[in-house]
Design a protein around this ligand. Structure first.
Ligand code: ZN
Length: 360
């Protein structure tokens, strides 16, 4: 009997997994360097004959299985970004973006790219933009809509952030829609970047910031009230500050939550059960689900959604509400958001899970 029961559960969960995989989706917190495949980096190491101490693809694959923040940063900066030695190398990232978006049925994504290290590698900003731009246009022709957000890191300081913003403004393109603050929060308070964000907002760019991932609620207050961030990357330390939770709720500021990434950093949660995503949802905050760096964390968007369901954190109707939040938290026009949601909703209504559709 027990065996039969567990088989039934497995079949059911398989059917929900297929359903989630079949739904069109959006993703709003995703780093292009974090979706690159092991094969691409291995090809680039060979292409440039790079001497970075990695002798085989197998060894490289092992380096991708990071187990600490130090290993993660080492992989991101000293391997992935170090391999991008020419502008043409960015086409590998475009190809991997295509594969990732297609595999997860993501119709629209807002993707971070961090230019600083590439410029330090000798790449020309103008050429970087041109290749990313062409890539986005190609993907759009294939039904995969992509926009970029320039990611400036706290680790490189204010002057560098301003320089990146000025370069961005000097190369306007409809595919670059915003500026984001990233990097280790411990390396400097967000408020130091006020002049950069003020200038970005005045120029019509959207602004977002990683905050409350590695330090307390004060970082989130700063990004919302001083930088004017329209969305918060992670924001999980808000759980320590009820007033901030109310503030984020009242302002309707979306939180770009990346459950697996947050468990990896082990700062505010070490299991999905402890993760504040449920408390935020119950508080009426604007919660979305994303992956951050799918290859590096070994998780894709379909799995992030199914993981929350299978761990019993959310019911299917709640999860579909969060998926809907993901559409309406994008920087698309209201009309385009409505169109994307209509497509998702009709897929839900035509499925065996029609009853789980969020109320309109
Ligand atoms: Zn991130």
């Amino acid at each position: 009997m027990q065996k039969k029961a567990s088989r039934v559960v497995t079949e059911e969960s398989q059917s929900v997994r297929s359903f989630i995989a079949s739904l069109p989706k959006t993703e709003i917190h995703l780093h292009i360097e974090g979706l690159v495949s092991v094969d691409s980096i291995w090809s680039l190491i060979q292409k440039h004959k790079l001497d970075i101490g990695i002798r085989s693809r197998r060894e490289l694959k092992k380096r991708f299985q990071v187990t600490s923040l130090t290993e993660f940063i080492d992989l991101f900066i000293n391997i992935i970004q170090a391999c991008l030695r020419s502008e043409e190398d960015l086409t590998y990232l475009i190809d991997d973006t295509r594969t990732y978006l297609t595999r997860n049925n993501i119709r629209y994504a807002e993707i971070f790219f961090a230019p600083t290290k590439l410029i330090k590698n000798g790449l020309d900003f103008d050429r970087i933009i041109s290749i990313l731009d062409t890539g986005a246009d190609q993907l759009r022709g294939e039904g995969l809509d992509v926009r970029y957000i320039v990611d400036v890191s706290r680790g490189f300081g204010l002057e560098n952030a301003m320089r990146n913003l000025e370069l961005t403004l000097a190369h306007p393109t409809e595919n670059i829609i915003g500026l984001g603050l990233g990097g280790a929060e411990q390396s400097g308070p967000a408020r130091e970047y006020e002049p950069v964000f003020q200038k970005a907002r005045a120029a019509g760019l959207k602004v977002v910031a990683h905050a409350g991932e590695d330090v307390g609620p004060e970082s989130i207050w700063d990004t919302v009230d001083i930088l004017g961030a329209q969305r918060i990357g992670h924001g999980i330390s808000a759980i320590q500050d009820r007033k901030l939770m109310d503030h984020l709720k009242e302002r309707g500021i979306p939180l770009e939550i990346c459950p697996t990434s947050n468990l990896f950093t082990r700062k505010y949660a070490t299991s999905l059960r402890e993760h504040p995503i449920r408390a935020f949802f119950d508080h009426g905050m604007y919660v979305t689900v994303n992956t951050d760096d799918p290859t590096l964390f070994g998780v894709e968007l379909n799995e992030e959604y199914t993981g929350l369901l299978e761990a019993g954190i959310f019911t299917l109707p709640e999860l579909l509400q969060i998926l809907k939040n993901g559409v309406f938290a994008t920087f698309l026009s209201d009309q385009r958001k409505t169109e994307i949601w209509a497509e998702i909703e009709s897929t839900i209504r035509a499925s065996d899970f029609a009853d789980a559709a969020p109320q309109t």
